[in-house]
Design a protein around this ligand. Structure first.
Ligand SMILES: Cc1cc2nc3c(=O)[nH]c(=O)nc-3n(C[C@H](O)[C@H](O)[C@H](O)COP(=O)(O)OP(=O)(O)OC[C@H]3O[C@@H](n4cnc5c(N)ncnc54)[C@H](O)[C@@H]3O)c2cc1C
Length: 386
């Protein structure tokens, strides 16, 4: 019997567990993998650690990034600098484990190689059916926080509409490579184009001694891995990748349809990729998973102290995460839908309109600049400015 049962030890789950345990709730975190942080399905970039009170330690930070280069299909380069804020490329295997260790030190119990396979309501409690080394057990809890990632089914079992449309999930393939000639060891590279990565983009992210070279696509014609090989062999970056060799291969899905409609019910919250809390434009979800995990953990802790965990109490979670992140997510969904309608020529014009160098992307300012410089693109942006 636990106060809080957290399912999935990704960034969302470990943050939720940390905050729930810290508030004194008896917390259990279950993870189906035998090792937290494995397998990695990520390009490992996060915009801030400091926002979570986490010191950017050499233990898991591999590169500091201060911006990115955006490449249009024919090679127009836009430099986006984030001089005011730094981001990081982390070693997720170590970072995810670090977050779990932090949760454990705050008092959470962790069970690895423990797969949540069922969820049933039992009065005011949830029974979570877990499978560990071939044995099934029932764990009882007041509050369940589902942080089970893109393949989540816990939210559906709790009665929420959380099923992901496969066409709204970006298929990603990535090599971590050695001997990549980077343009700049503190800048990320992004490549756009309907032949490069339809419905997504390709990336090269510096990662200390290595670099993550990958892409995400939404396409029925070809597999992500085939696009990736094409990118490595034929793209603008091919000369800088010709001596590169992989040390790791990663695949995964990024759910880019925007947040699910409702993220809570009696004694239940869904967080992170499982809730669609990931940018539909960039596929970046670590920061959101961590922040929404923090909110879920705090709300759970508060509910346990109050002795009430029904919908009325738990809805604070949705109110708080929406206040902080809903507009950003919905804007990114709109921008993604615009970008995916553009031909390669139009993407080139867009890059030209942006100019060679811009500061932090302020999306509203960005739209205004485009309209000033290339009114022919107005058809795509008219809904945003009306
Ligand atoms: C190729 C790729 C590149 C990406 N690059 C970036 C990037 O550079 N920056 C960024 O911010 N985001 C990136 N993302 C997205 C990012 O990885 C996710 O948004 C983030 O990991 C979400 O965290 P989470 O805790 O919600 O889910 P996850 O990290 O997926 O964690 C879910 C955990 O739950 C466990 N689990 C699932 N089901 C069960 C179950 N039934 N029982 C027990 N445990 C279970 C899983 O094993 C897993 O450990 C990328 C995604 C992909 C696919």
């Amino acid at each position: 019997m636990y106060d809080v049962i957290v399912i999935g030890a990704g960034p969302a789950g470990s943050m939720a567990s940390y905050y729930a345990a810290k508030s004194g709730a008896k917390t259990l975190l279950v993870e189906k993998s035998q090792e937290i942080g494995e397998p990695v399905r990520c390009a490992e970039a996060i915009q801030s650690l400091e926002d979570f009170g986490i010191k950017p330690s050499d233990e898991f930070v591999r590169s500091v990034v201060v911006g990115g280069y955006l490449f249009s299909p024919s090679g127009n380069k836009v430099i986006v600098r984030q001089d005011k804020t730094k981001g990081y490329v982390v070693e997720r295997k170590i970072f995810d484990k670090y977050l779990a260790i932090r949760a454990a030190k705050a008092g959470a119990k962790i069970r690895v190689k423990t797969n949540a396979i069922g969820l049933e309501r039992d009065g005011d409690y949830w029974n979570v059916i877990v499978e560990h080394l071939g044995e099934e057990k029932v764990v009882r809890g007041k509050i369940v926080i589902a942080c089970d990632g893109v393949e989540s089914n816990m939210a559906e079992l709790a009665g929420l509409k959380a099923k992901k449309n496969p066409m709204e999930v970006c298929s990603c393939a990535e090599y971590e490579m050695v001997n990549v000639e980077l343009l700049n060891k503190n800048m990320m590279e992004f490549y756009f184009g309907n032949n490069i990565a339809p419905g997504g983009y390709a990336w090269i992210f510096p990662k200390g001694e290595t670099a993550n070279v990958g892409l995400g696509v939404r396409d029925k014609k070809k597999k992500a891995i085939d696009y990736l090989h094409d990118f490595i062999e034929n793209s603008l970056a091919k000369d800088r990748l010709k001596n590169a060799t992989p040390v790791e291969f990663k695949v995964g899905g990024a759910p880019v349809s925007g947040p699910i409609e409702k993220t809570y019910t009696d004694g239940f919250m869904v967080v992170g990729d499982a809730a669609g809390q990931i940018s539909p434009l960039t596929g970046g979800g670590i920061y959101l998973a961590m922040d929404c995990g923090r909110i879920a953990g705090e709300v759970a802790g508060k509910a346990v102290k109050l002795g009430k965990w029904d919908e009325e109490v738990i809805k604070e979670y949705e109110i708080r995460w929406k206040e902080k992140h809903y507009e950003y997510l919905m804007n990114h969904l709109k921008y993604r839908k615009i970008l995916e309608k553009m031909s390669d020529d139009e993407l080139d014009i867009l890059a030209e309109a942006l100019g060679e160098e811009i500061e932090d992307i302020d999306l509203k300012k960005f739209v205004k600049t485009i309209l000033k410089k290339k009114p022919s693109l107005i058809k795509y942006f008219k809904d945003l400015i009306s």
